[in-house]
Write a protein that binds this ligand. Structure first.
Ligand SMILES: Nc1ncnc2c1ncn2[C@@H]1O[C@H](COP(=O)(O)OP(=O)(O)OP(=O)(O)O)[C@@H](O)[C@H]1O
Ligand SMILES: [Mg+2]
Length: 298
């Protein structure tokens, strides 16, 4: 973890508060996984059903760190030219014409330099100058062909990309890498070994949703902070963790007034420490076994 990140996110509790302030409600297990991803640092693979907050977790983390969110949306047929880098052929042609007009002759090596590279999301994140790290979101990796995962291994393990004509480009400030998957197919072990893993479960029915109603809540007659279809709204000016006018809502039917207990704040699954697994490192085979380490798969 860089000094910058350490100052901004000193401990898991601080990270949870910061996410909370930005309207992202994370379970203790997810907070621990995100914190470890920053501290080690190591890429984090998030899996879970649709809508549980995988993409949003990366967005909220970028917001907390203050750096850019660089998003790579994966799809069937995605290749390295779209994800990592591509040669800017138009610019190379212009370079040749320009040289000819000056009566110069360009050698091939002159045309394959960083100047003529188009930076796609992965290279953009690696070359972000900092000081705050970029968050590289590789979203829905399971939608890409399984061959594509091979292109990511160097990035995940070493925060670097090797371009045959140029050499290895290493990150100045290594990006925080978050991968998401809906588990429509199994990912390669090689990729999983390089990542921390966390399964984001559905929230408990009683989980408090504050500040930001879920999508479509407006249809239920709710404005921001309004009553969500029968839930009980209560203002907590004295809430030590939030702004004085923050409102809380229970989505559960027949909910009691939304007053949080210390146990509730700790989360319902107890000690956050057990939910994120730290693999033994690339190649050890002691890596992450989805469904075992972070959260329980339903
Ligand atoms: N923990 C959370 N705190 C606050 N909002 C959340 C949380 N989880 C999800 N949301 C909200 O739910 C919506 C869906 O979240 P998101 O897009 O991150 O889901 P996802 O897991 O990436 O789904 P998909 O697999 O379809 O991509 C977003 O509008 C987000 O704001
Ligand atoms: Mg998503």
């Amino acid at each position: 973890m860089s000094t910058f990140t350490q100052e901004r996110v000193p401990d898991p509790a601080g990270l949870r508060r910061a996410l909370d302030e930005r309207g992202y409600l994370a379970d203790p297990g997810l907070v621990t996984a995100l914190f470890l991803a920053l501290r080690l640092p190591q890429p984090l693979l998030l899996e879970g059903e649709a809508g549980v907050g995988k993409t949003e977790a990366a967005k909220a983390l970028a917001d907390v760190l203050g750096g850019p969110l660089v998003r790579l949306q994966c799809y069937d047929g995605l290749d390295a030219a779209e994800a990592l880098y591509e040669w800017n052929h138009a610019r190379q042609l212009l370079g040749i014409r320009l040289a000819e007009s000056r009566g110069e002759r360009l050698a091939e090596a002159d045309l394959f330099t960083e100047e003529y590279l188009l930076r796609r999301p992965v290279l953009t994140a690696l070359t972000h100058p900092g000081p705050e790290p970029a968050v590289l979101l590789i979203d829905e990796i399971d939608r890409a062909d399984d061959d594509f995962e091979a292109f990511l291994l160097e990035v995940l393990a070493e925060a670097a990309v090797t371009i045959p004509e140029v050499g290895t480009i290493r990150a100045v400030v290594p990006p925080v890498v978050v991968l998401t998957s809906n588990r429509t197919r199994d990912l390669h072990d090689a990729l999983k070994r390089r990542c921390l893993y966390h399964w984001i479960d559905y929230p408990d029915p009683e989980r408090l949703v504050r500040d930001r109603p879920p999508p479509g809540a407006g249809d239920l007659g709710g404005t921001r902070g309004g009553d969500l279809g029968g839930g009980t709204a209560a203002a907590h000016p004295g809430d030590p963790e939030g702004p004085g006018d923050r409102r809380e809502h229970r989505l559960a039917r027949g909910a009691r007034p939304a007053r949080r207990t210390a146990a509730g704040r700790r989360g319902r699954r107890g000690d956050p420490g057990h939910t994120a697994e730290v693999p033994g490192g690339p190649g050890t085979g002691a890596g992450t076994r989805p469904g075992v380490a972070g959260g329980q798969r339903p």
